[in-house]
Write a protein that binds this ligand. Structure first.
Ligand code: ATP
Length: 246
């Protein structure tokens, strides 16, 4: 049986007195791709940033690989992250960022070289290697963030709207990269608004609305729960909209 790589229990986050996450609980198993789906403002980024310790939660526990997290920095070596908004140092080039991340995570030189060559070619970043991030287009900045996330080792990747700004070819490449890492036993927790795409690579989904989980499971499980259309295979978008509309 697959083990839980990530377990979130009763996670609550408030801004001022408003609960933007209300006691949410869910699990991600190893080798699984889980899609976090929800309308704008549902709390997807807040969920991801709370797990990563980038913002402080008000309540709840996070378990990584069966161990409760006391200090968030314990997970840094194990969890890679693609942020919703690109994060970088203005005065380091793309190549210097890759070197920096590799150094930070103690990646052996030959492994670094191998991964760099693969990612640069795969994501068509060759001509941008010596550029500063501010000079890159939106989609290229996104590919740059993806390359930083994949240059290092990880067991779990948290990806916050990673397809945003990518052209169709790059969207397909990122999806294939996710599937390749899943085959290696890695776990991916990904938020996206692209439901037609999500249903082609996610194993399970968590539907979040106004800080609450309104449904979760595989597409088939959620389809079966909408009892009046039991005999019909609905698309993920149709299922999501039915849950959102109650
Ligand atoms: P989107 O799909 O638009 O990216 P999201 O699901 O990622 O949305 P969050 O960014 O997690 O949503 O926001 C959840 C709620 O928390 C929203 O109502 C947002 O306005 C609120 N929020 C987020 N950050 C802050 C903050 N720093 N101060 C106050 N409220 C915040």
């Amino acid at each position: 049986m697959k083990k839980n790589i990530l377990e979130v229990n009763n996670l609550t986050k408030k801004y001022n007195s408003k609960k933007v996450l209300n006691e949410i609980s869910f699990k991600v198993k190893s080798g699984e791709i889980v899609g976090l789906i929800g309308p704008n403002g549902a709390g997807k980024t807040t969920t991801m940033q709370s797990i990563l310790g980038l913002i402080e939660k008000n309540q709840g526990e996070i378990y990584y690989n069966g161990q409760i997290l006391k200090k968030q920095k314990e997970i840094v070596p194990h969890i890679s992250y693609i942020p919703e908004q690109p994060i970088y140092y203005e005065d380091l080039t793309l190549e210097e960022h890759l070197q920096f991340v590799a150094m930070l995570f103690k990646l052996p030189k030959n492994e670094y070289q191998k991964r760099k060559e693969f990612l640069i070619e795969y994501l068509n970043l060759e001509e941008h290697l010596k550029k500063f991030p501010d000079k890159l287009s939106k989609g290229t900045k996104q590919k740059f963030m993806i390359s930083c996330a994949f240059i290092r080792d990880f067991d779990l990747l948290i990806a916050d709207e990673p397809f945003f700004g990518l052209d169709p070819g790059s969207i397909k490449k990122l999806k294939d990269l996710f599937l390749k890492y899943k085959d290696k036993g890695k776990s991916i927790f990904v938020s996206t608004h692209l439901l037609d795409l999500a249903q082609t690579f996610c194993d399970k989904y968590i539907f979040l609305n106004q800080g609450e989980i309104i449904a979760s499971g595989s597409q088939q499980e959620m389809n079966e729960r909408i009892d009046f259309v039991q005999d019909k295979d609905l698309s993920l978008e149709e299922i999501f909209l039915k849950f959102i509309e109650g």
